[in-house]
Every structure is written in C-alpha cells, then in structure tokens.
Design a protein. Structure first.
Length: 244
C-alpha cells in the first residue's frame, strides 16, 4: 500500500514537472519567434551607437535621450566613451540628435546615465532628472536645460540608500510583475507578485506598431511618440526614428 502511494505521488510530481517544462518551452518558443512589423519611414538615428536607454519628450517636441549606459556583464559598443544626454527637435522636418554640453564641475568621465525624466516649472524652465551609475553606484543628477545654448547646467547630485533598494521584473508572457528587495550582498528577496488581469478582455486595446527580430535593433527598452513620430531606444545598441 505504501509503495502504491509513493508511486502515485511520484507520478503526480512528474506530471507537475512535465507541465512546468512544457510551459517553459512554450514561453521560450514564443519569445524566439518574433513576427516583424515594419514601418515604411524608419531610419537609424545617426550618432547613437551604444544605447539610448530612456527617452522623454516635452510638449513642444523636444526629446531628450540618455545614451551610453554601461552595465556589468553587458557588452558595450563604446566602453571608453562616457555617457551623455542627446536632444532631438521633433518639430523639425528631419530631426537629428544633438549632444548637449554639460557644465563644468560635473564629473563627465564617470557619467553613466540610465532613466531620464523632465519637469517644467511655472516659468517654463525645463529641468532634467537623470538616474546615474558612476562606478556602478546609484545617484540622481538634476540639470537645468539652457535652450539658447543647447546645454545642461548641473544643479545637484542626489544620493540615498533607498535609490537602489527594489527591483521590478516584468514577465510579459505570464502578465506578472515581480518585486524584489536588493540586499547589500547583492542577494534578492522576492516581496510580491503583481498580476495584471483581463489583458485579453475586450476593454484593453493593444496594437503592435513596430517589431523586429534583432536585425535592426537589439535590446529595445523604450518607445516614445510625438505627433505621429516614434522614437525607439535600446539598452546598449542603436536608436530608431519612425514616422507613423
């Protein structure tokens, strides 16, 4: 009797394991088969060769791009070049990327920009807040945009122990977001799983505007739209400009 129960439990365990294996195989198969969706008016942005991880666009069409992010264990196409902030005026007929000059006193050699956000005050002054990883540490740099000089005035470096405390991982196939806490020894503890429900209901409207199998862009991380114009950035590769 005991042997029969043991065999039954073993059978159940193998069945569960097989189900998990099939689910994982299907996910890997789905992720490896990307159906390309092309746009007729697309071209790579000149001057971006080593990533454009984040993009923020102002209401007047000025787009700011953080470029040159370097991550441990990740290939870099420009390992000796510091990061920077580029600007594109999407109101122009043929927008081009212009690197903004950063004021003296800022350690440009260790500039390793990540996320970027903008803020416009009541006097229409534009401020940029850029996540920075100098020597793979974590800070937030605040800048004032000087439009007439196409430059950035560095205002402050913000440091805090909570800046890099949590990591959010999106599982798009399972429609889940995993929240982890990062410890000083670099170990991770899973805190919660956020499940996104009703993604296949009639209410959400999702349209694939552009998709590529890696032949044009590798490691896409952001996409921003302004007045029928699309910018697609990548973690470590190039950037794409499209007209919708």
């Amino acid at each position: 009797m005991g042997r029969l129960v043991a065999l039954s439990l073993l059978g159940i365990a193998l069945a569960l394991l097989g189900e998990r294996f099939l689910a994982l195989r299907n996910r890997l198969k789905a992720s490896s088969q990307v159906q390309s969706v092309d746009l007729p008016n697309c071209h790579l942005i000149k001057g971006i060769e080593a990533g454009s991880e984040d993009i923020d666009i102002l209401p007047n069409g000025l787009a700011f791009l953080s470029v040159g992010l370097k991550c441990q264990g990740l290939h870099s196409f420009a390992p000796d070049k510091p990061g920077g902030i580029l600007m594109m005026d999407l109101e122009e007929e043929k927008p081009r990327a212009l690197e903004l000059r950063i004021s003296r006193g800022f350690d440009l050699a260790s500039f390793n920009p990540h996320g970027i956000s903008t803020f416009i005050d009541n006097d229409d002054i534009v401020y940029l807040f850029v996540v920075n990883h100098p020597e793979f540490k974590n800070t937030v740099e605040s800048f004032k945009f000087i439009e007439e000089e196409n430059s950035l005035l560095h205002l402050k470096t913000i440091k805090h122990e909570l800046l890099s405390r949590y990591i959010y991982v999106a599982d798009t196939l399972a429609h889940e977001i995993h929240v982890f806490e990062k410890h000083p020894n670099m170990n991770l503890t899973q805190l919660k799983v956020l499940r996104i429900q009703n993604v296949l209901s009639e209410k959400p409207t999702v349209t694939t505007v552009y998709a590529n199998n890696g032949s044009v862009l590798q490691g896409s991380s952001v996409a921003s739209v302004y007045d029928g114009k699309l910018l697609i950035g990548t973690l470590y590769h190039r950037a794409l400009y499209c007209e919708l």
